[in-house]
Design a protein around this ligand. Sequence first.
Ligand code: ZN
Length: 160
Amino acid sequence: MWQRSYPRKYGLEVTEQEGACVKAARCRFCKYYDRQVPLSNRKRGPRKTDQFYTVPFRADLIVKHLEGQHTDKWAEYVAMSTSEQDMFFNLVQPRANTMYHYMDMEGDEINLVVSTKIVDVIIDEMLFRPEDELDAANDDDLAGISDRNRNIEKLRRNAL
Ligand SMILES: [Zn+2]
């Protein structure tokens, strides 16, 4: 059964509650820190999902998770005073808010997905400025520049 001491004792956060009855809780070590993986088992990297608990909230399983998945942080936490424990998660960014949560930390590459719209704007509007191309071209000779820029130039001349 859920105990009122659990949030501090095991670093849990209530996620679902009906009246005074707690239905589900989340491991805050998972929320704020990565899970730890034994060196012998590094191939797949740590699981990135948060651990949730539901009724009947078995303390032995909660402790097993903490000792196995958050070995160092849990050891640090257990050695703290209760007021230190209350502060433990306060200054930490949840993992989901950090960039590295979305990266493969084991690999050497960073792959970012950029939408084609953004690429089009960068290449079309920022790198190839029509004005630069036109400055380089002879005013009377608009050959040698793209149709698009020729049209822009025509519009500009008509506007003068
Ligand atoms: Zn956890």
